[in-house]
Design a protein around this ligand. Structure first.
Ligand code: PDD
Length: 279
């Protein structure tokens, strides 16, 4: 396994980050995760556009062009011989003596990239559907930035793990914001696809955009609006999307069955179509 670290491909065991890295000290960095299916990157251009947006938002200069990033990601996936899995990218504000304001101009960012082999196509969870719990959304007010400051999500997803479920849906003022690492969707009893509109309150999911485009092509009515936990519990179908889960059917929320308690037909269809197009 290889790590791309600051311009070099190094063996996994040899990759080291200094203690004074601002990513370590302040979570002063951002990240991206893209899927690899059949050895090919999925939605990589959109992921790199979001990477650029996150970097701009925290004033780190993007060290590579989109073409350069793609070439590096492909090289890494080829070296690791990953046919199915994820590429993780992280960029931090670099290494400097611990002090809150930005380090001296010219401090190079730290750039890290690695792959994770993972089953995506035939993931057993997608066949049976998964359970989620709801938890309070404890995050800051710029959730549109894909920041590596993920403590609230770590705690939310640990609560889910402890409850033996796959994801935690975070709730603010009674409304679902999103999953700990995914976008939340419901399909109402009158067949409307509902997800929260983009704002500072949620991460602009790349899979979210792709799935909404497919839903539009399938003539589904889409409503970008807030929804409550109560509405989700009465939904006909529910699912979440992310680069790693693709479209994941949700069959229970807080222990209560959604629809008939098995993956819904629209959800299954959206997953199938998305995967067919990704291949
Ligand atoms: N998480 N919302 C949050 C809070 C996320 O962390 C993610 C992705 C998403 C879905 O975004 P996308 O469709 O672009 O993957 C929504 C990644 C997979 C992670 O943290 O591992």
């Amino acid at each position: 396994r290889t790590v791309f670290l600051n311009g070099d491909f190094v063996p996994f065991e040899e990759a080291r980050i200094p203690v004074m890295d601002r990513g370590f000290l302040f979570a002063d960095g951002i990240y991206e995760v893209a899927a690899i299916i059949d050895g090919k990157l999925v939605d990589e251009v959109a992921h790199l556009a979001r990477l650029d947006r996150s970097l701009r938002a925290i004033e780190i200069a993007n060290p590579y062009t989109s073409e350069e990033w793609i070439a590096l990601m492909r090289e890494l996936a080829a070296r690791d011989e990953v046919r199915e899995g994820l590429v993780y990218i992280e960029v931090t504000r670099g290494v400097a003596e611990r002090d809150f304001p930005f380090p001296p101009e010219g401090t190079p960012p730290t750039v890290v990239m690695f792959t994770q082999a993972k089953r995506i196509l035939g993931a057993p969870a997608a066949e049976k559907g998964v359970a989620v719990i709801t938890v309070p959304d404890l995050r800051w007010k710029r959730r549109d930035i894909k920041s590596v400051a993920l403590l609230a999500q770590v705690l939310a997803k640990q609560e889910a793990a402890r409850a033996g479920v796959s994801e935690a849906w975070m709730v603010e003022d009674g409304h679902v914001t999103e999953g700990g690492s995914s976008t939340a969707f419901i399909i109402t009893p009158d067949d409307r696809l509902v997800t929260r509109p983009l704002s500072n309150a949620v991460l602009p999911g790349i899979t979210r955009i792709a799935v909404m485009q497919l839903a539009r092509e399938m003539q589904l009515t889409i409503e970008e609006r807030l929804f409550t936990v109560e509405e989700a519990l009465c939904a006909r179908e529910a699912f979440y999307t992310s680069a790693s889960a693709i479209v994941m059917p949700v069959v229970t929320i807080d222990g209560k069955a959604i629809g008939d308690g098995s993956p819904g037909p629209m959800t299954k269809r959206l997953r199938e179509v998305y995967l067919a197009l990704a291949r």
